[in-house]
Write a protein that binds this ligand. Structure first.
Ligand code: ADP
Ligand code: MG
Length: 304
């Protein structure tokens, strides 16, 4: 791909899209990130993972975060989830500072994080019971969420009896069951094959149309980001900083055919320019260096 010198098409919005963004910005701010810095102590001295991150999300907004491997996407979402503390800066949810994990934030990770010894229904009931819901109510609410993700027939199945896509649908139902203010998703479809992934994107869009939830969705897939997002926060690596916050000019609600529209293609091209600038070699070694110090399962358990 040629890096179009000054490809500005992604900045052109139709009247309807421009009005939609105006309305969106009038909505209350759900999440506010202010001056966020994160430094890790690496073996060869301090590593700045995130530097001066600032952004806001509005009610019922879908924001994707995109950036090269190692730019701090997972660190950011872990701080928002309260699983990691910031070195500096503040995270506010509905104007209140976030200090640790809480039921106001639902999480879905790439790895399958369902409890293997519990049925689909019991996995979804788990958080509701933890927060004190009576059993009968937890069960009926869980069944409604399972229905919403289209898995009613599988309520009594165990995770090992489900496909990867189905497991992630249960994970979404489980996260939504606690009625969080925001859904935090870290490459949730990253492990799925292309066809399942496309289906999951449509499912998620459908679900999002029906409930009042803000979504912060991390991906390194450019197409996925343009398809899902109202706005895309583009990070750059070393240190992770905000490069651009893009208003996606593709009208909502989305449908797969829009992938061929000029505004979709222009936005994807812009992301290409930002993430793979000309002359840059894709450096995949970050993948090898990355160490997860805490296994996913226990992360999630600590939240539950
Ligand atoms: N627990 C940790 N200790 C030390 N360095 C870490 C830790 N977690 C992440 N890092 C470093 O912080 C940077 C950002 O990592 P990460 O947030 O996982 O990036 P991404 O999700 O965008 O691939 C990387 O350089 C990574 O090696
Ligand atoms: Mg990551």
């Amino acid at each position: 791909m040629t890096a179009a010198a000054g490809n500005k098409d992604y900045l052109q919005q139709s009247e309807a899209v421009r009005e939609r963004f105006e309305r969106l910005k009038q909505r209350p701010v759900t999440l506010e990130v202010r001056g966020l810095h994160k430094q890790f102590q690496g073996s060869e001295g301090p590593v700045t993972a995130l530097r001066n991150i600032n952004f806001k999300t509005h009610q019922r907004e879908f924001v994707c975060v995109i950036g090269p491997s190692g730019c701090g996407k997972s660190t950011l979402i872990r701080i928002l989830a309260g699983l990691e503390s910031a070195t500096e800066g503040q995270v506010l949810l509905d104007d209140k500072p976030v200090y640790g994990p809480g039921p106001d934030r639902g999480m879905v990770f790439q790895g399958y994080t369902l409890f293997p010894w519990l049925t689909v229904k019991k996995n979804v009931m788990f958080g509701l019971l933890q927060s004190g819901a009576p059993r009968a109510r937890a069960e009926s609410e869980a069944l409604q969420w399972i229905d919403l993700v289209g898995l009613s027939r599988f309520a009594d199945h165990y995770p090992h009896q489900l496909s990867g896509g189905m497991k992630q649908r249960v994970a979404i139902a489980r996260a939504l069951a606690n009625q969080p203010r925001i859904l935090l998703m870290d490459e949730p479809f990253g492990a799925l094959d292309a066809q399942t992934r496309a289906k999951m994107q449509s499912y998620l869009m459908d679900i999002w149309q029906h409930i009042d939830i803000t979504v912060l969705f991390i991906t390194h897939d450019l197409d996925e980001a343009v398809y899902l997002a109202d706005r895309i926060l583009v990070l750059k690596a070393h240190p992770g900083e905000v490069q651009e916050l893009i208003e996606v000019p593709v009208p909502q609600p989305r449908s797969p055919e829009q992938r061929l529209s000029p505004e979709f293609i222009a936005t994807k091209q812009r992301l290409e320019e930002l993430i793979h600038p000309p002359g840059s070699e894709e450096d995949n070694s970050d993948h090898l260096d990355m160490v997860r110090l805490v296994p996913l399962d226990s992360e999630v358990r600590s939240v539950l």
